[in-house]
Design a protein around this ligand. Structure first.
Ligand code: ADE
Length: 313
């Protein structure tokens, strides 16, 4: 499927970058007809390499997961589910597009559209904190992406800055569904394993009570907090302290200097998402709950979905 490829000029590819990309390829895996340009990153299970298809010049982000490095059957199942998420939930404006997926003897390979805008972690590092208005735009695109995944009965479970990529125009694309889970009914709490990135974990994941779609709304609250303050709301000097804070500590926006000038609506939005009880959390009634929160007042959701709203950065 060549229409997916970006034929924009590739970022400078030095001999050294290409060598690094080659050495990141698992042994015995080849991508015939493609030139390896550079290493883009490491996902939940595997390596992402920027490649150029020689014949078309199209660029792709190819995610390669070595079977030798897959420790268990569970991980193979995760990859199958990631492919299923991409196939069933896409194509969608705010979800990374998958051009192809295949297996070789040694690896499982996903050919993804290349997103040249980098990830949100880098955006925050280079631009600094977002204003409430800037955060509103990006969070709105993320919310619509999450809503689409939930509509297909998938729980993302690993929403974080690093998994929000930006296209050439600065629109959001969610990626990395290696930890996604499937629920039987939206809001079902059928998933019980512990996974995902520590600071984004919802309390019900930590307590092992079973979890469902509300974990993604909790993670959205953590994300919103980080976008506008630069720091996660819960911390600790080790994992035990962090988990205790996530389960017990109330966030204090009143005495947080970064939140001083915030509209009370912004505070209510974050408090709503970071509600410990998943049944009372903003979003527990579905994506419409989140979309209807006044934090998103003024957003034209139809235009947003058509990607007609201009990214603020
Ligand atoms: N890093 C991981 N996946 C990527 C993608 N699809 N485009 C650009 N960088 C990436």
């Amino acid at each position: 499927d060549c229409c997916l490829g970006t034929s924009a000029t590739a970022p400078a590819s030095s001999g050294a970058a290409a060598a690094a990309a080659s050495s990141a390829m698992p042994a015995g895996v080849a991508l015939p007809g493609c030139e390896l340009l550079r290493l883009l990153g490491e996902g939940s299970f595997g390596t992402v390499i920027l490649v150029r298809e020689r014949q078309t010049g199209n660029l792709y982000a190819v995610k390669i997961m070595s079977k030798a490095q897959l420790a268990s059957e569970d991980q193979l199942a995760n990859i199958a589910l990631e492919r299923q998420v991409l196939r069933e939930a896409g194509p969608h404006p705010f979800i990374v597009e998958c051009a192809a997926g295949f297996q070789t003897e040694n690896a499982v390979v996903l050919v993804l559209e290349y997103l040249p805008g980098g990830d949100f972690y880098d955006l925050l590092r280079s631009k600094g904190l977002l204003s409430e208005e800037q955060a509103q735009f990006y969070l709105a695109e993320v919310v619509v992406g999450i809503g689409e995944l939930h509509a297909h009965k998938f729980v993302l479970r690993d929403l974080k800055l690093e998994n929000i990529l930006l296209d050439a125009d600065g629109h959001v694309r969610l990626t990395d569904f290696g930890l996604a889970g499937k629920v039987n009914t939206v809001g079902d709490t059928s998933i019980t394993d512990l996974s995902g990135t520590a600071i984004y974990q919802a309390p019900e994941i930590l307590s092992g009570k079973g979890h469902g779609t509300p974990v993604d709304w909790w993670a959205l609250g953590i994300l919103a907090f980080i976008m506008m303050t630069g720091k996660p709301p819960f911390g600790g000097s080790d994992r035990a302290e962090l988990y205790a804070a996530i389960e017990k500590a109330e966030i204090d926006l009143e005495s947080n200097p970064k939140a001083q000038g915030w509209d009370p609506i912004t505070k209510d939005f974050i408090q709503g998402l970071l509600t410990k009880n998943p049944a009372k959390r903003l979003g527990s009634g579905g994506v419409q709950d989140v979309i209807s929160h006044p934090f998103f007042r003024g957003i034209d959701w139809e235009a947003l979905l058509r990607m007609e709203l201009e990214p603020p950065i």
